[in-house]
Structures are given as C-alpha cells and as structure tokens.
Design a protein around this ligand. Structure first.
Ligand code: KIV
Length: 258
C-alpha cells in the first residue's frame, strides 16, 4: 500500500498503530520499505549515526539532501519524510520555505520534519502548511537544542515542563502539522498528548501510549556503536559484520579464498 499523509490520521482513528524508521541511503531505505514500515524518515540522526558527528548540529541541508535523494530511490510504499537540519529553518518562515522546498523538489520528500513548538516555530509550521508543504512536528527531547537542554536528557519530567510540551503539541496541531514526534518524555505525558490531539503522535522513548513508534534503523539492527537507553536492537549486525570481515581477512591470508 502506498502511504499518503492523510492515511496516518485514519489509522489513528482506527487505533491501528503506525510504524516509522529512519533510512540514510538507498539500501537502508529499500530494507525498511520492503519490510512494510509505514513511514521512512531521513532523520538528522544521520549526522551521528552515519557521518560520525557528536551531535546533529553540524549537519547541513546539502548533506541531508544528498542522503535523502539516495533513500528516496529505495522507497516505493512508505510515506517519505525528510528532517530539516539545524539552522535550515530557525531563521524564519522564508528560510524554512526555501529549505523545505528543496527537500520536496530535490529529494522527493512528501513532508518535512522540524523541531520545536515555541511561538515562532508554530508560525513557521503554519506558513509551510499554507504553502502546501506537509509538516511533521517534534517536541520533547529535540536534539538540535542539545546545548540548551544540557544534554540528550528526558524532557517533561516536572508538571510545568509537561504542561509546556502539551501546549506546544496542541499549537503544532493547530498550525496544521499532520503528525508529531514525541521524544524521550514520560509515558503518561505522551498518553495525555496523544489523547488531546486528533493527529497521530509517533513516540521515541515516550512509552507505549503513542499512536505509533519510530526508532533509528541502525539501532534496531544493532549497527550503531552507541544507542540511547530507550532503543531496542532486534539484530546484532555490527558483530556479524566484524566477524564476516575477520573471516574474509583470515581466508585471504591463509590462501583459502579465492
Ligand atoms: O533524526 C531522527 O532520526 C529523528 C527520529 C529519531 C525521530 O528525529
């Protein structure tokens, strides 16, 4: 089934949980799409997972679009969403429009994701949506604000902070976003937000009460050298890959291959 943005809201209405995973190139996109994931995200986590940066901050729009173009070629069914990297949209609606427009025109994105629910960002989301660009919001732990947040820490743990995140999520929905990522917040807060919104919430480290779940594909495959505490590995491909390479080296040195 080819997934379109409105399908996600129908699924929420039917209590059909939504699956989302990241991709960073043609092969990873083909794998997650072929496996039947609903939404493929070229997330800016590629800065850390694929490009080896310590945070997502150094990633440029050109870099993510390069990866997104490759991933796009591997996606046939899933909804294809591209993250806008740090400083490609925070300078106002016009800058955001240019960046989002490039994601749609150059990388075939069907939607963009951006972080934050403060007033200026909500205006930017509304401007993009009015221009016909579907937007996915992202609140809670917003990695592009890592320095402001004092690290990759759980958010919304006090009643005031939880209330603020709920207000941001409601404002993002009002601005016209079609879905929203809730990252690393208490499960009860995620439940409250999910019940308050008509658009689907996609959780990551936000407990089981969201309308869907997203993880970083390198984490679920066990490829990453580090993964957050809330991620789950369903395979251990990193160890298998090291073993395969060791075996190749050994067989060549012992003249067993070719
Ligand atoms: O960049 C990313 O991969 C993300 C997801 C983890 C939600 O934003």
């Amino acid at each position: 089934m080819v997934v379109k943005i409105h399908q996600l809201t129908h699924w929420k209405q039917q209590s059909r949980l939504i699956t989302a995973l990241t991709a960073w190139d043609y092969t990873s996109a083909q794998i997650v799409d072929q496996a039947g994931v609903d939404l493929v995200l070229v997330g800016d986590s590629l800065a850390m997972v694929t490009l080896g940066y310590d945070t997502t901050l150094p990633l440029t729009l050109d870099e993510i679009l390069h990866h997104a173009r490759a991933a796009r070629r591997g996606v046939k069914q899933a909804l294809f969403v591209v993250d806008l990297p740090f400083l490609s949209y925070q300078l106002g609606s016009e800058a955001a429009m240019r960046s989002a427009g490039r994601a749609l025109k150059e990388a075939g994105a069907q939607a963009v994701k951006l972080e934050g629910g403060y007033e200026a960002m909500v205006l930017t989301i509304a401007a993009l949506v009015q221009a016909g660009i579907p937007v996915m919001g992202h609140v809670g732990l917003t990695p592009q604000s890592v320095h402001q947040l004092g690290g990759f820490r759980r958010q919304g743990t006090s009643p005031e902070a939880g209330e603020r995140i709920l207000r941001e999520a409601i404002a993002i929905e009002k601005a016209g976003a079609f879905a929203i990522v809730l990252e690393h917040i208490p499960a009860e807060l995620a439940k409250q937000i999910s019940q308050s919104l008509a658009i689907p919430t996609i959780g990551i480290g936000a407990g089981p009460h969201c309308d869907g779940q997203v993880l970083v594909t390198a984490d679920i495959l066990g490829l990453s050298s580090w993964r957050p505490p809330f991620a789950k590995s369903y395979a251990n491909l990193r160890d298998q890959a090291v073993q395969a390479v060791q075996q190749f080296c050994q067989e060549v040195r012992e003249e067993k291959f070719p």
